[in-house]
Design a protein around this ligand. Structure first.
Ligand code: MF3
Ligand code: CO
Length: 291
């Protein structure tokens, strides 16, 4: 913390209260961790109650869009049809799909099938087949606030092997979530996710992580799922970030498609699964904003 605010000045959080009556003690606690050598959050990623309310509304749309996909997704459908559902539902609810034109991403949603790890681009030419597993990753902007979450769907008769990958990946997210509470570290969550994947014979992608979210699509901190307990950023109330591990059946190595520069594949072409939730750190634990 290098911002000097007088004890009687207005608090940085915008509450209108004097600093000494608002976040002074909170900042002192953060400084204590910083002095011990920990990575600590900047004020800019600590959300105010008003911002949290806005982000919560955005997340509600994100959930409704995923629910709409869940209702209609089926064998024989193209991933372009999923894109249409996402675009139409988001706009109907007053939102904007965050992926559309984000760093030149051409569609409204990411659709990642089987050995595609993430960032699959919807297409007229990609048809959902019996036995596929697919991640549908939805992100919404509503009133300037961002939300982001994804789910896996099993199409038709999926092999026991792939079903287990999907189930264990969801467990990884839930086991990581249990570790999220204030004045602990992101690495506590990351290690828990990693251990559960390893215990089940899987690997976790290292290069691509989660992120802070809310005021922008991708904010600090960058969130690893191969991190170590007691390491990475200190968690404090008001932080919002995603838990979105990519869990691979085989190697953790991945590569990016040379043609579209987006689609990420497993190096060994074995399947990969991902679930993504958005979580708020509260005074006494956490609140899931989108699942
Ligand atoms: N939704 C992805 C995430 O979880 C980001 C996708 S970027 C896009 O972070 F441009 F591909 F949409
Ligand atoms: Co995300």
């Amino acid at each position: 913390m290098n911002i000097k605010i007088g004890r009687n000045d207005p608090c940085w959080c915008g509450s209108g209260k004097k600093y000494k009556k608002c976040h002074l003690q909170f900042d002192e606690k953060i400084s204590h961790f910083e002095n011990m050598g920990h990575i600590v959050p900047e004020h800019s990623i600590i959300k105010t109650p008003q911002q949290i309310e806005g982000i919560r509304e955005s997340a509600k749309i994100n959930i409704a869009v995923l629910d709409a996909v869940a209702e209609k997704i089926r064998e024989g459908m193209t991933t372009q049809e999923i894109d249409n559902i996402v675009y139409n539902k988001t706009v109907e609810l007053g939102g904007i799909p965050a992926p559309l034109n984000y760093n030149d991403f051409p569609k409204s949603v990411c659709t990642s099938i089987n050995e595609v790890v993430c960032h699959g681009i919807p297409s007229e030419n990609v048809i959902l087949k019996d036995g596929d597993i697919i991640n549908v990753d939805v992100s919404t902007i509503y009133n300037g606030y961002f939300s982001d979450s994804s789910r896996m769907f099993c199409i038709g008769n999926v092999s026991e092997e792939k079903k287990r990958l999907v189930k264990v990946t969801k467990e990884c997210v839930e086991i990581g979530l249990e570790k999220v509470k204030p004045w602990t570290f992101l690495g506590d969550m990351g290690q828990a996710v990693h251990e559960h994947a390893l215990k089940n014979g899987y690997s976790v992608v290292r290069e691509i992580g989660g992120h802070g979210v809310g005021l922008e699509f991708h904010e600090d901190p960058w969130v690893s799922y191969v991190s170590k307990a007691g390491e990475e950023m200190l968690l404090v109330p008001g932080m919002i970030f995603t838990i979105e591990p990519m869990v691979n059946m085989g190697t953790d190595r991945v590569f990016v498609d040379k043609n579209d520069n987006w689609t990420i594949y497993t190096a060994d072409k074995q399947p990969s699964a991902q679930w993504e939730i958005m979580v708020l750190v509260t005074e006494d634990g956490h609140e899931v904003l989108a699942y």
